[in-house]
Design a protein around this ligand. Sequence first.
Ligand code: NDP
Ligand code: 8X3
Length: 250
Amino acid sequence: MIAFITGATAGIGKATASLFAKNGYDIIITGRRQDRLDAVSAELSKAYNIKVLALHFDVRNLPEVVNAIRSIPDEWKQINVLVNNAGLAVGLNNIQEGVVDDWERMIDTNIKGLLYMTRNIAPIMISNGFGHIINIGSIAGKEVYANGNVYCATKHAVDALNKGMRIDLLPHNIKVTAINPGMVDTEFSVVRFKGDDERAKSVYKGMQPLKAEDIAETIYWVASRPAHVNINDIIIMPAVQANSTTTIRK
Ligand code: NDP
Ligand code: 8X3
């Protein structure tokens, strides 16, 4: 069994790669940070005695995506699961003061990157006659919160693409699932606040967020349902978070 996980150098992607590896999957992992990719690759192949194929590319760069996927050896092409996880929020500004470069990074990564990956992996799955694409959306793809404008728009796009690709891939025996988390304590907020650790920590202050492993377990559960079962869509929240804007803090 083979699982392909984008953005496996940190957070949810790394925890997901680790759980699939623990369950005996060979894994294809991606990310832009080569040193992290090498470290995850070495750690998981040693810990779980599985094979790892590490592909170093930026999901925003279509030629890089195409070349990386073309480089996959034939013995790695029986891909059972693609987890479209690579993504980010950059900035938290109102629309009138938004930073256009932040908008472009989010749109290019969360929407176009997910599309580039899907466009290049789905034909391989179709030719195999099986597959499962798991898209990582967000509660931000179900609701909108103040200053979340463009990040929320990108995750609403993931919500729509998830539904659309499920229809298009249905005749090809390819399952499509979205996992939509609330707050998860990863590098997400450090990235959103451009390295401001204190501001990132304040996001989770006084409350217990989800861990990356909580999402990994959900992804693995979805992927391990019987062949006749598909989980279309899951929203998973910390117990103390009711929605994007209502959280109990001590
Ligand atoms: P992290 O910042 O911890 O991890 C993000 C991963 O995405 C990294 O491995 C990073 O790798 C990769 N990535 C980012 N941009 C690119 C790119 N252009 N090309 C390739 N890889 C990229 O965040 P999370 O684990 O929290 O985020 C994972 C997903 O979960 C995202 O889609 C996010 O929107 C979503 N999510 C997160 C929530 C949270 O509260 N944390 C809640 C809901 C959804 P590298 O930098 O090496 O390229
Ligand atoms: C990440 C969670 O609350 O910042 O998607 O939108 S949130």
